[in-house]
Design a protein around this ligand. Structure first.
Ligand code: UN1
Length: 515
């Protein structure tokens, strides 16, 4: 291993247990019922068995959350609901290291990114607490004398939150903190790869609920695979399904929820690109691209996957990025190690996908400029550490249009900005995008309606690492949903339009006369 030996799995087991106990997680470590397992990509070994839910126990969780909604939570004043999220924020500050440990152990994130992910939870707690006093409805002038026209926002019901392994805590918190202040209750189905992390979060939320006197069933966690998630998709009492994952998963979920007239909010695949114009500050390009493309071992939905560079600067950009990747190679390894920048892929599937994509890219005329190899540690054959790769491509072939959840950065070149935007938008996904330029007109064109078609459009920063204050999500195959900040909360509530007549007469709208 370039970065020293890997830790012993038994050390990770102890570390996970300690973190779980400190967070107040229950039903560990004695598993009953259908067995599952917790595993770490650091060594590729199992940690210990975990109790998975069955469809029947998931139904029971929905019933409990539904009862908490109707009996208490929807009628609890919103600022009061905010106290629960406020307390959660305090506990997260206290247990930042514990949760970060669980994130590193189960998702393989390096320390700084794991801590950053917990910070993202703390930030959304602060946001949601403020929001609990700002669930504003509008008033509009009525066309009728003696009438008032307004809208009010009401809680929706149970929100089913389905999350992916790569942001096992932050994406849950975006949904849950906002849903809770909106008056909804939550049933969470985390990725089956990150059950422990979910139990840690649930433990903290239950402690917060006990501390502020909120009903425990405002939140339930159900562990397991697709059959458990399927309950949230099919169950009519789940008013909103908020699902993060692959486009294939979204395509399966959306029609089922729509068929029962439920609501869904999807955050699916990305295939994010940055356009580099001749005026770009190349120091920003290199730093911004390397973090966005190789950070989290290329396993963010916002990961930079395509660099679209003007032909005048493409050789220079390649040289500098390759140089930076050369140094990165020496910093692949144990994510707990302070000097590591690239931890493991979550599993073999990611590694297979990376190998397959590199092979197809080569067949399409691509040239691997750096990286792409696997780092093998004898005792850890089930752990998948890879060197982030940069591939110069002659054109945007099929493989470049797909999202491969691994650290591969394709470099393409262009001549005119129109051509760059066409390449940029010429993929099925539409999550995040960036332009590096010092020319304001170029930046504005990229930001305009005829520019990037993504939900996130940045200037002079990479595609990943969004702040919680903005709405997060994207277009096309990314699914169209928006989570986190801005007015995303509206997806978690229902709107009622109210007309109040205080005038004593009954004039009809549009001047209609009747009786
Ligand atoms: C994801 O990868 O699903 O913008 C979420 C980012 C993070 C969130 C990513 N704040 O990269």
């Amino acid at each position: 291993m370039p970065n020293g030996a890997l830790p012993d799995t038994r050390v990770l087991v102890d570390r996970a247990r300690t973190a779980l106990e400190r967070c107040g997680a229950t039903h560990l470590p004695e598993p009953v019922g259908a067995p599952g397992r917790a595993r770490t990509p650091i060594t590729g070994q199992d940690l210990f068995p975990v109790e998975f839910d069955t469809p029947a126990s998931a139904e029971e969780a929905v019933s409990a959350a539904s009862h908490a909604f109707t009996s208490t939570w929807r009628d609890t004043p919103a600022p009061e609901r905010g106290r629960l999220v406020h307390r959660l924020g305090e506990l997260l500050r206290e247990h930042k290291e514990d949760l970060a440990d669980l994130v590193t152990i189960e998702a393989g994130k390096i320390r700084s990114e794991a801590l950053g992910e917990v910070q993202e939870m703390i930030d959304i707690c602060d946001f949601a607490v403020g929001l609990s006093r700002q669930l504003y409805g509008r008033t509009m002038p009525s066309e009728r004398p003696g009438h008032r026209l307004m809208e009010t926002w009401h809680p929706l019901g149970v929100v089913g939150v389905i999350t992916a392994f790569n942001f096992p805590v932050a994406v849950w918190s975006w949904n849950t903190c906002v849903a809770l202040v909106c008056g909804d209750t939550v049933v969470w189905k985390p990725s089956e790869l990150t059950s422990l992390t979910a139990l840690g979060c649930h433990g903290l939320l239950m402690r917060a609920a006990a501390d502020v006197g909120a009903p425990a069933d405002v939140h339930r966690v159900v562990l397991g695979g697709a059959e458990v998630g399927g309950v949230l998709v099919d169950e009519a009492r789940v008013a909103l399904v908020s699902a993060t994952g692959s486009t294939a998963m979204g395509r399966a979920v959306a029609p089922k929820v729509a068929a029962r007239m439920g609501r869904y909010l999807l955050e699916l695949g990305g295939n994010n690109a940055a356009v580099v114009t001749p005026s770009a500050d190349l120091n920003l390009v290199v730093r911004g691209s390397v973090f966005a493309a190789a950070g989290t071992a290329g396993q963010r939905c916002t990961t930079l996957r395509r660099l679209i560079v003007h032909e005048d600067v493409v050789d220079q950009v390649c040289e500098r990025v390759v140089d930076a990747y050369g140094r990165l190679k020496e910093r692949v390894g144990d994510p707990f190690e302070g000097s590591t920048l690239v931890g493991p892929l979550v599993g073999e599937r990611g590694h297979e996908a990376m190998r397959g994509a590199l092979e197809r890219a080569r067949a399409d005329g691509g040239q691997v400029l750096v990286g792409g190899g696997r780092r093998l540690e004898k005792e850890a054959e089930e752990a998948f550490y890879v060197e982030p790769a940069v591939v110069r491509m002659p054109s945007q072939s099929e493989v470049v249009q797909e999202e491969t959840f691994a650290p591969i950065l394709y470099v393409l070149s262009y001549r005119t900005l129109e051509e760059a935007v066409e390449l940029h938008n010429g993929v099925p996904q539409g999550l995040s995008s960036a332009i590096f330029t010092q020319d304001q007109a170029e930046a504005e064109r990229f930001l305009s309606a005829a520019g990037s078609d993504c939900g996130i459009v940045n200037v002079n920063i990479g595609t990943s690492g969004a702040e919680i204050g903005g709405a997060f999500g994207g277009e096309k195959d990314t699914g169209g949903g928006r989570e986190s900040g801005s007015d995303s909360w509206k997806a978690y509530m229902r709107r009622a339009t109210n007309t109040v007549n205080y005038g004593g007469e009954l004039p009809l709208a549009q001047g209609v006369e009747f009786l």
